[in-house]
Each structure stands twice: as structure tokens, then as C-alpha cells.
Write a protein that binds this ligand. Structure first.
Ligand SMILES: [Zn+2]
Length: 331
């Protein structure tokens, strides 16, 4: 599963609890669009080639000074394709080493971002003695974008309508050796992979009071849910969520926003607001979260700073079982 970046998780969660500043809202829109573009590419690849193309998605590679993110790396018949998916709309031209969007020169060079990622892969392959040619691919996934490359470039530039053909063509070139799971290129990349960028944004704890409190309905966002023994019910849209899931999910939301802090009862009680069921919250912490320090009332728990879907992805079947139970329960 392609995950939202930590910054995306943070801004998304913050937007559910307060009105974002204009700059933050723009960043959120940008991250959302980028993520949707990558998912659209994945879906196309899956539909056309199933799992035929040997590939790694969403790679974070260590370089000597920093870290680069790669949307997708496909390896077919001696070539590693570093794919950068762009979900841009508008008219893009590249002429005399300069990108323009709707005639306006762009500050950034989209090729340079791609080449930076390719250099990271090249250095790793060189160090790990992996003998693969590296090629760059810019894939413009939005059919409303028009791309006009006037210079000669070494990279492959795909318009939305070219992507399917390119993937199908690639699938015909796959060699049996490309499938091997212990391929040396996979091992080499794994050795230099990071978990992801940590979120560069931080929310001071003092801001706890300025957020929308409580458990927010996962369907409509309303935070005046009615608590029963088994589930939380939304008075606005009537949506029901198992109570256990609602509490755990909200604890995760607090963790995402205050990702640089451990989780404590004090912080969570403020986040959940006055109507919190403290006894139940405590029970959920003990059941699902790992304790870091036993300090009686001020015990703290490890904070992964991840949304519920990612934090508990390995316990998914347990929470699915709760959903089924909630369907059976009649008030
Ligand atoms: Zn609702």
C-alpha cells in the first residue's frame, strides 16, 4: 500500500481540527494531488500488468547528505527505470534547459529533481556492485496537462495517454531473471532505504486548546458523537463506528499532530475534550499502545506519529471484526 507521507498525514489531520492557514492549505492540496497521481499510476499499472513488472514503490533513499524520495523504480531487462509521477495540469514546455508552465518560467527544474534521484540510485548501485543501466522517466498522469519538450533529453517523458502503452511494452520485455525475489538490486536498495521523511512541521502542545476536540465522525467530521457501550453514533449522519476503533483512531490522530511528543493521559484528555470517558481511554491505551515509562498517573506511551490505518495495519483483521460486531448490535 502506498502510504501518505508524514507531512501529508499531519496536514490532513490538522485540517480536520482547525482552519488551515492559506499556505498550509496550499501545501495540503499539493500533497493530496501528488498522492492521487501516484495512486492513479499504481492502479493503471496493476490493471494492465498485474504484478508482472518487478518494482518498488515509494522509496526513501539515504544519500551522503540527505534523503531522496522516489515514486517508483521498475527494473526490466537490465534497466532500472526511476519514475517520477507528476499530477500537474496546464501547458508545460521545456526549451533551452528551462521549464515553463503556461509560458511562465518555473523556479524549479523538474528534470533536476529526477536526476537527483537517479544519482542516489547510481551511487548505491555502484557501491553495491549492481550492474544495471539507470534511466529516468517523467510521467504526467493528468490528461489535462500538455507537455512539449523542445530540447533533446535523455529521459523518457510520458503524457497521460502514453503511460499505458509504455507499461504494456515494458511488460513484454520482462525476463525470468527479473522476477527473482533476492535480486541484488532489491537487496542493495533495501540496505540504503529509510522509513520515510519525518514531518518537518511541529505543533506546540499549547495549541491543544485551539483544536476541535473529541472524536470526530469518520464520515462527516462532526464531533458531538453519542457514546454507547459498543459504538459511537453520529447525530448528524447516523454513521456508527465501533467505540474501540473510534478511541484508538483518535489517539493516533493526536499522535500524528504531536509526533515529537510521547503520548500521555494528560495530553490525550485535553485532545478528547471534557466529555472523554477517561476510564475507557485508559483501557484503550493499555490494550493497544506500548508503554514507554511507568510513572503512575503520568505514564507515557510510544508515539509512532502515524494515522490509525498505518499504525494498526497489522491488526486490521481485529478491527474489521469489531466493525462486523457493530453491524450486529442493535440499540
Ligand atoms: Zn457523521
Amino acid at each position: 500500500m502506498r502510504k501518505m507521507s508524514q507531512e501529508y498525514q499531519y496536514l490532513q489531520t490538522l485540517s480536520e481540527r482547525k482552519l488551515l492557514k492559506k499556505n498550509d492549505q496550499n501545501s495540503l492540496n499539493h500533497l493530496q494531488r501528488g498522492h492521487q497521481g501516484e495512486q492513479a499510476f499504481d492502479a493503471l499499472q496493476q490493471a494492465l500488468t498485474q504484478n508482472k513488472l518487478p518494482c518498488v514503490d515509494d522509496l526513501y533513499l539515504k544519500t551522503n547528505t540527505a534523503c531522496v524520495q522516489i515514486d517508483k523504480l521498475l527494473t526490466v531487462d537490465g534497466v532500472a527505470y526511476v519514475v517520477d509521477v507528476k499530477n500537474y495540469s496546464g501547458k508545460y514546455t521545456y526549451f533551452e534547459n528551462e521549464w515553463r508552465k503556461n509560458e511562465i518560467p518555473l523556479q524549479e527544474n523538474i528534470f533536476e529533481q529526477l536526476h537527483n534521484a537517479m544519482r542516489a540510485v547510481r551511487r548505491i548501485f555502484w557501491a553495491e556492485k549492481v550492474d544495471l543501466e539507470i534511466r529516468g522517466v517523467l510521467a504526467f498522469i493528468d490528461p489535462h496537462a500538455t507537455i512539449d519538450i523542445k530540447d533533446n533529453v535523455n529521459d523518457i517523458v510520458l503524457n497521460a495517454q502514453d503511460i499505458a502503452g509504455w507499461l504494456l511494452q515494458l511488460a513484454t520485455q520482462v525476463q525470468p531473471k527479473d522476477y527473482a525475489y533476492n535480486n541484488n538490486w532489491r537487496q542493495a536498495l533495501k540496505k540504503h532505504t529509510l522509513a520515510g521523511f519525518s514531518c518537518p512541521r511541529k505543533l506546540p502542545l499549547a495549541h491543544l486548546n485551539h483544536l476541535k476536540h473529541g472524536i470526530c465522525c469518520r464520515n462527516c467530521g462532526d464531533n458531538h458523537l453519542i457514546e454507547t457501550s459498543y459504538y459511537m453514533q453520529c447525530p448528524q449522519c447516523q454513521h456508527r463506528e465501533p467505540k474501540e476503533t473510534a478511541y484508538v483512531r483518535t489517539i493516533c490522530d493526536c499522535g500524528v499532530l504531536f509526533h515529537d511528543h510521547d503520548l500521555t493521559m494528560g495530553m490525550l484528555c485535553q485532545f478528547f475534550g471534557e466529555t472523554v470517558n477517561r476510564r475507557y481511554l485508559k483501557e484503550m491505551l493499555a490494550r493497544h499502545f506500548e508503554i514507554k515509562k511507568h510513572l503512575g498517573r503520568s505514564s507515557c506511551y510510544f508515539n509512532k506519529g502515524l494515522l490509525f490505518i498505518y499504525w494498526f495495519e497489522e491488526k486490521l483483521s481485529y478491527f474489521q471484526m469489531l466493525e462486523r460486531k457493530t453491524d450486529w448490535v442493535r440499540h
